[in-house]
Design a binder for this molecule. Structure first.
Ligand SMILES: Cc1cc2nc3c(=O)[nH]c(=O)nc-3n(C[C@H](O)[C@H](O)[C@H](O)COP(=O)(O)OP(=O)(O)OC[C@H]3O[C@@H](n4cnc5c(N)ncnc54)[C@H](O)[C@@H]3O)c2cc1C
Length: 307
């Protein structure tokens, strides 16, 4: 507790008091609506503040966690110790030539919509992905044949020593729903997307079509973390789950969606442990029935309540 007070004072000497929340309930910041409290939930206002917070975490050996929109992340019910940093104040998107430059806390959906307004093509695939720009780079987010790798030119990051770096897309080893961002510990601050001039109506038609496909197939009326599992080689995760008769089965308010078997929804008051129990039940059943190991796409972090 004493040390937490010391860390709090250091944090408010770096950024303003309103940017540092203590014992903040993370489910309020997660698309999944799951997760316990963070010791410190910090929303810095400038790049310099991010750098100083990273250095503070290093010097004081305080655990440090980065959150985007929480749409691919489950935080356990015991929450996260130390500093949780959210780039939610970094939301600017601007045009430079045929590129869009977006800050990491901007929603990738909004970058895609801005591309439409600017008659730029290339980001249509992202029009329904509910993550931030930072989360989209981390995951090499993609849909309907497009992915971040196709359009990212370079990015500005802070490394785990607090140094500012400019990297080209190739430096991130982007591959199917992965990058080297977790290994390197980069904090993405800004991304430059290279787009092409296009026709407003053609771009809009593609986005409308993808939105229709998503709305008709995905349970968007409930919080979730999207497709929970990666596509196993030679199979479709959703089909395996469907064929295992798991749709509608759940624990507490966490349930395998009846609309899309690859989604686990939070029907209202699910806890993270309910949600994780459903993930494990699905993995166990599919393994027993089909001998296939379903690998999670979604990350699970934080502590259990009893820890
Ligand atoms: C309804 C629904 C539909 C979805 N559809 C798709 C889809 O079609 N395609 C797809 O790829 N994904 C999809 N997703 C998953 C998810 O939206 C993406 O993976 C998204 O990129 C995650 O971004 P986020 O900001 O929510 O990241 P979070 O879930 O907050 O974090 C994910 C990881 O990224 C890291 N991270 C976040 N911000 C940064 C940053 N600034 N710098 C470095 N690391 C960072 C976090 O530390 C964490 O480890 C869907 C999810 C939902 C709920």
């Amino acid at each position: 507790m004493g040390n937490n007070h010391h860390i709090y004072n250091k944090l408010i000497s770096i950024t303003s008091e309103e940017n540092v929340m203590v014992d903040e309930l993370l489910r309020n910041h997660m698309y999944t609506r799951l997760g316990g409290k963070a010791d410190f939930f910090v929303t810095p206002s400038s790049i310099e503040e991010v750098q100083q917070i990273v250095k503070l975490a290093n010097n004081e050996q305080v655990p440090f966690t980065l959150l985007g929109n929480g749409s691919n992340l489950i935080v356990r019910d015991g929450g996260i110790r130390g500093i949780v940093l959210s780039p939610k104040r970094f939301t600017a998107i601007k045009r430079e030539g045929n590129s869009l430059i977006a800050e990491s806390g901007a929603r990738i959906i909004d970058v895609s919509r801005r591309a439409l307004q600017e008659n730029l093509t290339g980001l249509e695939f992202a029009c329904g992905i509910p993550g931030t720009v930072g989360g989209a780079l981390y995951m090499n987010a993609g849909a309907y044949g497009g992915e971040v790798k196709d359009v990212l030119r370079h990015t500005i990051v802070v490394d785990r020593n607090g140094e500012l770096l400019q990297l080209v897309a190739e430096d991130l080893d982007l591959d199917y729903r992965t990058s080297n961002i977790p290994d390197k510990g980069y904090i993405v601050l800004e991304a430059h997307f290279d787009l092409q001039p296009g026709n407003y109506h053609e771009i809009k038609d593609v986005m409308d079509d993808l939105t229709y496909k998503r709305e008709s197939k995905q349970p968007l009326e409930y919080p979730s973390c999207g497709s929970v599992f990666k596509r196993p080689p030679g199979y479709f995760a959703g089909k395996l789950i469907q064929d295992s008769n798991l749709q509608g089965k759940g624990v507490g308010d966490a349930e395998v969606s009846t609309k899309h078997a690859g989604f686990i929804i939070n029907k209202g008051n699910a806890t993270a442990s309910d949600y994780i129990a459903v993930i494990e039940m699905v993995q166990k059943t599919v393994k027993e029935k089909f001998g296939v190991d379903l690998e999670r796409e979604v990350r699970i972090i934080g502590e259990d309540v009893s820890d």
